[in-house]
Each structure stands twice: as structure tokens, then as C-alpha cells.
Design a protein around this ligand. Structure first.
Ligand code: ADP
Ligand code: ZN
Length: 211
């Protein structure tokens, strides 16, 4: 299965991606996680991206398209993959088409802006492995510590309130048009994001079972 996850920042794409990935045995490719890893390592790409991610702006298309082209060529993508955070603009979606990649579905997780702002304030991430948590909705077993690897979890810099508002604007302006793009191809599936992670998962898995 080749799947794209769409939805506002904080809609729960990463959380659902982890679950789908396990269930279907396919890797999740998160451009956000790849960019954060590059930032942490201080690579040239990371340094170039930092100016954009800190402000909640999108990293230039050519940078992320390059990342994806390289990553999708890896062996573990042969049986399918989940794209979390790519494409995020029409040119990125067109680049995917040009790579000859036809996705089975673009699953959009719908959540209101007000709810997004509320959620982002409680979001925590693991700086070591990228796993995501929430102080209310997805608590780690031990407070402040990553379930997967034991590292201390942190607030992402771009989850600060002003940056979140800008990211929502960027989402509506640049990413939301992708829904029409995939709808026109008959590939769009919309799911209402629920308060509980497990309730959203149930809707997501039901939607995926028919493709
Ligand atoms: P979000 O919670 O907003 O979905 P991500 O972890 O997916 O966050 O991405 C964090 C940041 O990385 C984005 O705000 C953006 O600056 C950059 N980024 C990630 N994916 C892309 C992409 N496909 N195109 C451009 N920039 C991207
Ligand atoms: Zn971790």
C-alpha cells in the first residue's frame, strides 16, 4: 500500500502513521522527522531548513523533493510506504507523479483549527527517535519519558503558539488544495479526527480496509 496522510499540523498524522505502519508492515516516511534529524546532525540540508521550520514556514520544494526521491528508492519501500508530511504543496504532489509513483489513497484527517491550537500546546516529542506524545491524549507510561527509547521528551520549537498559528495559515494556503488534487484522481478519503487516538484509528483502519 502506498499511502499519503493529509491534515493540519497536529491533526494526528504521525500518531496514526505509526499504527498503520505496524499493522501493514510498511515504513512511515516523515519529512518532518527527516528534517529534524538533519537539523540535529547539523548537515548542510539541516542548516538550510532551520530558517524555515523555526518560523513555521515550508522548506523549499526542491529540498524536500530531493529527500523523498532518495528515501523512496530504498529497499524497504518496495512493498509500500506511508508518507507523513509529503506532499505539502501542489508542486510536491506533481513531483511524486513525475517519479512514477501512483498512490492508493490520500487520507485526510480533519480537525478544526481551534482544536489544533488546543492540542499543540500539549504535544511532546522524543528528540532521539521522533515518537510523539500528548500530555492529555497520549501520555507516555512514565511522565516526561519516551516509551520507545527512554529519552526525555520535549516541546518542539515550532509548537510554540505564534508559530502554530502561522503553520495553520500555511496549511490552509498551501497544503489544503491537495485535497482537491487527490479528489480529482478519486484517491481522497476523509476521516474526522476524534478526541481519542484509538477512535480515530478505528475510523482510519475502516477506511483503509476498502481500498
Ligand atoms: P507538522 O506537525 O506541521 O505536520 P512536521 O513534523 O510534518 O510538522 O514538519 C515540521 C516542519 O518541517 C514544517 O513546518 C516545515 O517547515 C517542514 N516540512 C516538513 N515536511 C515538509 C514538506 N513536505 N515541504 C516543506 N516543508 C516541510
Ligand atoms: Zn524515543
Amino acid at each position: 500500500m502506498k499511502l499519503i496522510l493529509l491534515g493540519a499540523p497536529g491533526a494526528g498524522k504521525g500518531t496514526q502513521a505509526e499504527i498503520i505502519s505496524e499493522k501493514y508492515g510498511i515504513p512511515t516516511i516523515s519529512t518532518g522527522n527527516i528534517i529534524r534529524a538533519a537539523l540535529k546532525e547539523g548537515t548542510e540540508m539541516g542548516l538550510r531548513a532551520k530558517a524555515y521550520t523555526d518560523k513555521g514556514e515550508l522548506v523549499p520544494d526542491d529540498v524536500v523533493i530531493g529527500i523523498i526521491r532518495e528515501r523512496l528508492g530504498a529497499d524497504d519501500c518496495k512493498n509500500g510506504f506511508i508518507l507523513d508530511g509529503f506532499p505539502r504543496t501542489i508542486p510536491q504532489a506533481e513531483a511524486l507523479d513525475k517519479m512514477g509513483i501512483a498512490v492508493d489513497a490520500a487520507l485526510s484527517i480533519e480537525v478544526d483549527d481551534g482544536e489544533i491550537v488546543n492540542r499543540m500546546s500539549g504535544r511532546r516529542v522524543c528528540p532521539a527517535c521522533g515518537a510523539s506524545f500528548h500530555t492529555e491524549y497520549k501520555k507516555p507510561a512514565k511522565e516526561g519519558v519516551c516509551d520507545a527509547c527512554g529519552e526525555d521528551i520535549v516541546i518542539r520549537k515550532d509548537d510554540e503558539p505564534e508559530t502554530v498559528l502561522n503553520r495553520l495559515k500555511v496549511y490552509h494556503d498551501q497544503t489544503e488544495p491537495l485535497k482537491s488534487f487527490y479528489k480529482a484522481k478519486g484517491k481522497l478519503i476523509e476521516v474526522e479526527g476524534q478526541d481519542k487516538v484509538a477512535d480515530t484509528t478505528a475510523l482510519v483502519l475502516k477506511a483503509l480496509s476498502v481500498i
